[in-house]
Design a protein around this ligand. Structure first.
Ligand SMILES: Cc1cc2nc3c(=O)[nH]c(=O)nc-3n(C[C@H](O)[C@H](O)[C@H](O)COP(=O)(O)O)c2cc1C
Ligand code: SF4
Ligand code: SF4
Length: 303
């Protein structure tokens, strides 16, 4: 049987989860093709029996570039099975459910999904859940791949723990979350470029998940489709991209998406290491993500 998997991963966490799922599927005899979301125009899932979609959590939802893409591309996956996976650096809320609904709207039957933690690289959440997903989580992902393969081959349902819970996060993330997300989006500054520092290396253009950066007349230009993920800002090798933060910026993220809410609504285990929010160091540029275009990573270094 054939599986086709599309993965959005800016710093490699969701990619790691995806690689482990692929390992599980391949060990069970599946033929798998796997593609980065940044290359989604080349995605050809037509011949696959099984579709997999992986996304990080952005603002308590699967990254909306992924769900928008599934909705706008007009896929007809009727007759195919699907699974979903996410990684989150704070509160995933109902992201797994929302991602499953997005793929279900293409006609696919969703078998189940998994959510893992992933070291957070968003400037104002930076430092949470370092070194995640860890080995144990990746083994869990590999087992999930094997379980999906077994379910496909035997035509059986997946075990209960891979089913997707529509109630996780409760009413809070249905009602209050979207309002705060709206305020956050309206108050979060867009990136700007310093043309004097830019050497037109093109990293930001390549990495922008929404195609919101172009080069015009040898100058970097940002467009209104920007979703303020700050990927361009964190990977620019010449510090040529800036964000004009005000003192209140980051408050909503740390309140809503951070550790506290996950302790109330989520499943942080007693004794689980949550990390330390290093956003002040990140904003002051004392810490930077290590960047390698071919090998996305959430590893960071002190300057
Ligand atoms: C723009 C942005 C928003 C984020 N919002 C959330 C959030 O609401 N809740 C959460 O748990 N993690 C959030 N995170 C953290 C990521 O979901 C987490 O680090 C994820 O593992 C990143 O996956 P990747 O390395 O595959 O890109 C956010 C990260 C970014 C870049
Ligand atoms: S990553 Fe930085 S240096 Fe490279 S093109 Fe973009 S703004 Fe310019
Ligand atoms: S913050 Fe940068 S990388 Fe992210 S969507 Fe906006 S322009 Fe693209």
């Amino acid at each position: 049987m054939k599986a086709s998997i599309l993965i959005f991963s800016q710093t490699g966490n969701t990619l790691k989860a995806g690689n482990s799922i692929v390992k599980g599927l391949v060990s069970a005899g599946f033929e798998v093709d796997q593609l980065s979301f940044l290359r989604r125009s080349r995605w050809k899932p037509d011949k696959a029996d099984l579709i997999g979609i992986g996304s990080p959590v952005f603002e308590n939802r699967p990254a909306e570039v992924v769900t928008d893409y599934l909705q706008e591309s007009g896929f007809d996956f009727a007759g195919k099975k699907a699974f979903v996976f996410i990684t989150s650096g704070g509160s995933p809320a109902k992201s797994l459910w929302h991602l499953s609904q997005a793929i279900a709207r293409t006609g696919a039957t969703v078998m189940g999904g998994i959510q893992l933690r992933g070291a957070s690289s968003f400037p104002t959440l930076f430092g949470l859940f370092p070194d995640r997903p860890d080995e144990k989580e990746l083994e869990y992902a590999e087992d999930f791949g094997r379980a999906v393969a077994a379910g496909m081959t035997a035509g059986e349902q997946l075990p209960e723990y891979y089913r997707i819970d529509p109630d996780r996060g409760g009413i809070f993330y249905d009602k209050v979350g979207p309002c705060l997300n709206y305020i956050k989006k309206k108050t979060t500054p867009l990136p700007e470029s310093d043309h004097g520092k830019c050497d037109l290396c093109g990293n930001c253009v390549y990495e922008c998940p929404t195609g919101s950066i172009t080069v015009e007349n040898s100058l970097i230009k940002f467009h209104g489709t920007c979703i303020v993920c700050y990927r361009c800002w964190s990977i620019c090798p010449r510090n040529a991209i800036s964000i004009k933060f005000s003192p209140g910026n980051g408050f909503i993220e740390r309140l809503l998406y951070g550790e506290r809410m996950e302790r109330i609504f989520g499943d942080i285990k007693p004794g689980e290491y949550v990390g330390k929010n290093l956003y002040k160091d990140v904003l002051a540029r004392r810490i930077r993500l290590k960047y390698d275009r071919k090998n996305p990573t959430s590893v960071y270094e002190y300057k």
